[in-house]
Design a protein around this ligand. Structure first.
Ligand code: EPU
Length: 427
């Protein structure tokens, strides 16, 4: 088992380039199923989640080649098997994004329910309700969703008006993909407005879909009979960018995060500035500097354009170092404070009350062996390790980081961090 070992206390300085966005690449890979031709994705990050989805596409019967920054999904040469087994879905919840495209195109699908995960129960009831509104017949059988189109033989979904009870990113994406090939018009209300939803709509429109309003809470989709394959370069990862921005701020450094999409980071940037950090656009990226002390700032996570839940853990590390008390409230997932007990082992002073963490700043953190059970919590521990002034930090269970951060140790080393990957660390 690998670990990331960090000897902290050095300010990060220099420039780092952001990779393509994981959470845009995953749904876009699933749209390849909406067309029989060969599609090419570029600027794809080299991540475990991308390999998991490529394995799922292969299982479904689509030859998929993962290259250096690219994924090529070859044209259909055999009938697609519209079935996503538990063994693959349990490795990554985003596998549920094949549900909409497979049902829309083949009129039937069997996909394992993803089950809960470390950060929360994460049901998919909204995905299923929306598909039912489009005429799908859905049964749950021994942990699988079995869905068929409106007619006995399967058949094509029809357009519908559907309002989400709760804002869901992958739910919005699944229904948008299904509606692209449905018969007639679909109007989706209370949609997720995340940039990744907009990016997916952009790719679907490149394929010949007729989608308007993505990026707002109301999306209108005029279904078409067929979609074309596509060639598309994935946008930069706003969460990876935000993670480097916090790392720069936490270590009192000066880092140009190249390619960081400032326009997608506003909710987070205003908090970073309020905490006393310098944040300025430079070239195609964002430069973050910090010279003075950190000020405490209260943060509440919210759907886009609010403060992203995927930045909550990292921002908490910054608040651990601020002079005074800050309150961090998590409203998206019910169990996303798993980094708290690990940060406490590094000297942080944090009290959790329900979905609120009250953070009392401390002068510094000290290194320890730590581990987390999800991706962003692991990223927060890396930042804590970069700050820690005494002892080295070993971040165990690195596979969580490898799901979402491409070459993280090389990128940090390029900014002057003393960081290495060690193999054979304990579990
Ligand atoms: N929810 C329901 N019913 C549903 C769907 C969602 O109750 O049918 C609830 C969830 O349990 C959660 C809330 O709605 O409490 C929001 O969940 P959402 O569906 O928006 O999350 P997701 O689509 O499963 C995506 C990202 C996550 C990110 C969230 C929130 C992908 C592949 N994943 O998940 O990314 O945290 O949106 O922004 O896009 C990560 O990258 O580390 C990550 C977890």
């Amino acid at each position: 088992m690998d670990a990331i070992r960090i000897r902290g206390g050095r300010p990060l300085r220099g420039r780092v380039r952001v990779s393509g966005a994981k959470n845009a690449a995953l749904p876009i890979l699933c749209t390849t199923l909406l067309s029989a031709g060969e599609s090419l994705l570029r600027n794809v990050p080299n991540l475990r989640d991308i390999n998991t989805l490529a394995a799922l596409l292969r299982f479904l019967g689509r030859e998929t080649e993962v290259g250096e920054g690219t994924v090529r999904v070859h044209a259909e040469t055999e009938p697609v098997r519209p079935e996503a087994p538990y063994e693959l879905v349990k490795q990554m919840r985003a596998s549920v994004l094949v549900l909409g495209p497979l049902l829309a195109r083949f009129g039937r699908v069997k996909v394992s329910l993803p089950g809960g995960c470390a950060i929360g129960a994460r049901p998919i009831d909204q995905h299923l309700k929306g598909l039912e509104a489009m005429g799908a017949h859905i049964e749950l059988d021994r942990g699988y969703v079995i869905a068929k189109g409106p007619d006995a033989s399967g058949g094509r979904l029809h357009g519908a008006d559907f309002c989400f009870d709760i804002i869901t990113v992958t739910g919005t994406e699944n229904l948008m993909m299904a509606a692209a090939l449905a018969k007639g018009r679909t109007t989706l209300l209370n949609c997720a407005r995340e940039p990744e939803v907009e990016e997916l709509a952009h790719v679907l429109n490149k394929m010949g879909a007729r989608i308007q309003g993505a990026g707002s809470s109301q999306i209108r989709i005029e279904g078409v009979d067929e979609l074309e394959p596509f060639d598309h370069a994935i946008v930069a990862d706003r969460i990876e960018a935000g993670t480097f921005m916090v790392a720069a701020a936490a270590t009192a450094g000066d880092v140009l995060v190249e390619g960081a999409p400032m326009e997608h980071l506003e909710g987070f940037v205003s908090k970073l500035r309020a905490a006393g950090c310098g944040v300025a656009r430079e070239g195609d990226g964002v430069r973050v500097t910090r010279v003075g002390p950190l000020r405490p700032v209260d943060v509440t996570t919210a759907p886009y354009p609010g403060f992203p839940t995927d930045m909550q853990a990292q921002f908490m590390v910054l608040m651990c170092l601020a002079e005074g008390k800050s309150v961090i409230t998590e409203t998206i997932f019910e169990n996303r404070f798993m980094h708290v007990s690990e940060l406490a082992r590094m000297g942080a002073d944090i009290e959790v009350r329900g979905n609120t963490a009250i953070v009392h700043g401390v002068p510094t953190l000290s290194g320890a062996s730590v581990m987390a059970t999800d991706l962003r919590a692991s990223a927060s521990l890396v930042i804590a390790g970069l700050v820690a002034t005494s002892h080295e930090t070993d971040i165990l269970r690195v596979y969580h980081l490898d799901r979402g951060y491409e070459h993280i140790e090389q990128k940090l080393a390029g900014l002057g961090a003393d960081v290495e990957r060690v193999t054979g660390a304990p579990l």
